[in-house]
Write a protein that binds this ligand. Structure first.
Ligand code: TTP
Ligand code: MG
Length: 406
């Protein structure tokens, strides 16, 4: 059956949210990711900044050298996730057949929706208009018979674009484009292909499947299909959350245990708050550490009883942290904590012992106050020591890498 798939992606998302809040930033080279003297990379660059060669992933130092007049913003992840939720809610008004991908993009199955909106083109225009009117953001939309072509189309139409690829024209649409425009072609694949003299998607589509398979294994089949504009994958509504985690990279590598624990406490509280908001209990707690030399380790502990208490997440994390720090003397670059193996609470909660019950009540009381007055309105003894280190906002501390410290 012929399908109509839309891919919608917000333009320069993090930057655009900042511009919507502060119109003085509009029309200027703006970068979200951190101050230029911070280590770290560009998370989002305005199109004005891209004209200077800036792009996501570029070190901030390089960005400020290429475009010294750019305005550098630390960013605030909670703002972006709020905008993201509103964006997805708007899309859900248009079609329940919605697959959010990451924070600022989604696929929408619009098959048969002409009859509701007059045409698919009209439907796309109405989506763009609502996103603009309600969020002050611009979205680019690609429309095609399948996901991969729709995604390439939205990308090509940016910014503020709307591009429809007519059925049957998938292959000829893709053919002249450079191979790095094809989804799933990363730096490594691109390098190999260019080494083989393949520079355009058209050239890739003409490569024999057997040759692709000999270079890339099963992934060669995906490349072959995509390059020929073929993709049968469905628009899948999101499956349930499988895990919740928070992590942050430090401005300076550290061995300071009290500081590491304070940060771990803060991250644990954020994880716990989301866990309770989703009404789930966790069985597994995982600690993640990245050392100065970039080696990354994870340590996991399975709880005897599923739980949603900040204290349990934190205590488990600390035990794992203590053991890891004893085994490895290098300074720490990144710390993260997550929970997984999530289950629905059953009546088993009644079986928690009385101290666990008290923690539960305390967490819930804190959640209510934080909802009303902001995350840092209430602090535990441990996280207070972060006060002098990280800037504090209503929604929490601004960690060194806001885009990553969700
Ligand atoms: P993208 O959609 O890839 O980028 P963008 O929205 O900034 O720009 P455009 O779509 O117009 O090309 O990513 C969405 C957001 O995700 C982006 O605003 C910031 C964040 N992000 C990072 O934090 N790091 C990254 O390396 C990338 C690519 C994105
Ligand atoms: Mg985007």
């Amino acid at each position: 059956m012929a399908r109509t798939i839309m891919h919608i992606d917000l333009d320069a998302f993090f930057v655009s949210v900042e511009q919507a809040l502060n119109p003085e930033l509009k029309g200027k080279p703006v970068v979200v990711g951190g101050k230029p003297d911070h280590r770290g990379v560009v998370a989002s660059a305005s199109y004005e900044a891209r004209a200077f060669g800036l792009y996501a992933g570029m070190p901030l130092v390089t960005a400020s050298r290429l475009c010294p007049q750019a305005i550098f913003i630390e960013g605030n992840f909670s703002r972006y996730s709020e905008a993201s939720e509103k964006f997805m809610a708007i899309l859900a008004d248009f079609s329940p057949f919605l697959e959010p991908m990451g924070i600022d993009e989604a696929y929408l199955d619009a098959t048969g929706f002409e009859s509701l909106y007059g045409s698919i083109h009209q439907m796309a225009k109405e989506i763009k208009k609502r996103v603009r009117d309600e969020l002050g953001l611009s979205a680019s939309v690609g429309i095609a018979r399948n996901k991969v072509v729709a995604k390439v189309a939205s990308d090509l139409s940016k910014p503020d674009g709307l591009l429809i690829v007519a059925t049957g024209k998938e292959r000829s649409f893709l053919a002249p484009l450079a191979i790095d425009k094809l989804p799933r072609v990363g730096k490594k694949t691109e390098q190999i292909l260019r080494g083989l003299g393949i520079n355009t998607i058209g050239e890739l589509s003409n490569m024999p499947l057997s040759a692709l398979k000999s270079h890339f294994g099963v992934f060669g089949e995906v490349l072959h299909k995509f390059a020929n504009g073929i993709d049968d994958s469905e628009v899948k509504p999101p499956s349930e959350t499988k895990s919740i985690s928070r992590e942050t990279t430090f401005g300076k590598d550290t061995r300071d245990r009290p500081f590491l624990k304070a940060t771990l406490r803060y991250l644990s509280e954020r994880v716990g708050a989301e866990l309770r908001e989703r009404g789930k209990l966790a069985r597994c707690v995982t600690l993640k550490l990245r050392y100065a030399d970039f080696t990354t380790i994870t340590r996991r502990h399975t709880l005897k009883q599923s739980n949603d208490a900040d204290q349990t997440i934190f205590d488990t994390g600390v035990q794992l942290l203590n053991r890891a720090l004893t085994a490895q003397r290098q300074p720490v670059r990144l710390i993260g904590i997550g929970v997984s193996n999530l289950v629905e609470p059953k009546r088993q909660l009644d079986m928690l012992d009385s101290s666990a019950q008290r923690w539960r009540q305390l967490d819930r009381a804190i959640d209510r106050i934080r909802k009303k007055y902001g995350f840092t309105a209430i602090q535990t003894g441990r996280t207070l020591r972060l006060k002098d280190i990280f800037p504090e906002t209503e929604s929490g501390y601004t960690l060194q890498t806001p885009s990553l410290s969700r």
